[in-house]
Design a protein around this ligand. Structure first.
Ligand code: NGS
Length: 350
């Protein structure tokens, strides 16, 4: 028994001295370093850094301050009654360039951007100087907090729309912070506010995180409602499902009133566009789409908003409410309306 114990002790001592020797060799440290790098690369890095993107910093305080200090002193006043040239602009603008990769950088200098777009009038209005635009278009952007996206969007969309020779205005509609985001409601109010300002022919419902890649994707309305963001990089440039009407879509004033606009009941993320698709179907309207190679969009990265758990139920019961839930008889209050150099900002509450 004692003999056995001694043997065991000797073997433990041997193991300890082996470990000591190992710990003091450079190979050991090298192996330790390599294993840590492997652990970091395989397990930790993908989770913490792969999705890291400066665009995820959605509340860019400095940018917000820069922005809110610049109002009408930095732009020329827009006067919708100013005389226009008599000649109509050509059906296809000669300034179009086709596919152009969007510039995605938060390093865009806001001052330079304003300098660059001096032809844009206060409130984000523009009209060609050498011809009469074929359509007057209001871009309605439901908004909450995504200032970094806004900067990139503005820098991209103004030259894009100018090249299309449109008479346009850009409206950012923001909801009282105490109320949950509601895309349908904001678009309805944006429509009512914009139509009071100018006799627009066409209203484009536009998410701030989508950048059109090809300027042959004409921002105009047709006889039927249009779904424009057909091919988004996030969905591998393929339509995710036939009934999708979200992202970017376009309707005339008559089409909007005909279906009573969007439902105001979809608080939180998702479903209001599917409900709009049902409204169109209910009113026997089909949706128009352009070719995938033209209707291409780059989506800016952001965290997924919390989906509305009630959205499926709201969609299935939606057509019972078409008449009373929509753009007609909508009550709201405008808290702020500011004509910034590149867009009109409207903050509302209900
Ligand atoms: C569907 C949503 C739509 C949304 C679409 C694309 O699942 O509201 O995804 O969203 N419908 C429902 O949730 C019922 S996207 O990934 O582009 O943000 O528009």
């Amino acid at each position: 028994m004692t003999k056995h114990l001694i043997k065991h002790e000797i073997s433990i001592t041997k193991e300890i001295s082996f470990c000591r020797r190992l710990v003091f060799t450079p190979k050991f440290y090298l192996a330790l370093l390599v294993s840590q790098v492997v652990i970091l690369a395989v397990f930790v890095y993908p989770r913490n850094f792969q999705n890291y993107d400066p665009l995820l910093v959605i509340t860019d305080q400095r940018f917000q301050e820069e922005l809110f200090n610049r109002t009408t002193e930095n732009c020329s006043i827009w006067n919708s009654t100013e005389l226009e040239p008599d000649t109509k602009c050509p059906i296809i603008s000669p300034y179009l360039v086709g596919y152009r990769k969007p510039i995605i950088s938060t390093a865009i200098n806001w001052g330079d951007t304003l300098e660059k777009y001096q032809t844009v009038r206060c409130g984000g209005h523009f009209r060609p100087s050498n011809c009469k635009a074929r359509q007057k278009v209001a871009l309605l952007i439901p908004f909450r907090d995504r200032y970094a996206h806004l900067k990139i969007f503005m820098n991209h969309i103004h030259p894009f729309l100018m090249r299309q020779q449109l008479d346009y205005g850009i409206y950012l509609i923001d909801l009282d912070d105490k109320i949950m985001f509601n895309r349908g409601l904001l678009l309805n109010i944006g429509f009512l506010e914009a139509s009071q300002e100018y006799d627009y022919d066409c209203y484009i419902f536009h998410d701030v995180d989508l950048l059109p890649e090809n300027d042959y994707n004409l921002y105009r309305c047709s006889d039927l409602p249009r779904h424009m963001s057909v091919a988004i990089d996030k969905f591998n440039y393929k339509l995710p499902y036939d009934a999708i009407f979200g992202g970017v879509s376009a309707m005339t004033k008559d089409q909007i009133y005909f279906v009573n606009g969007f439902s105001n009941k979809f608080s939180g993320w998702g479903g209001e566009d599917d409900d709009m698709y049902n409204r169109l179907k209910f009113h026997h309207m089909t949706v128009m789409r352009s070719m995938e190679d033209v209707s291409r969009y780059k989506m800016l990265k952001h965290e997924q908003s919390a989906p509305n758990p009630k959205r499926f139920n709201l969609i299935s019961t939606g057509m019972k409410r078409v008449k009373e839930d929509g753009v007609k008889d909508l009550r709201y209050e405008v808290l702020k309306k500011i004509y910034y150099p590149l867009y009109t900002y409207i903050k509302i509450t209900i």
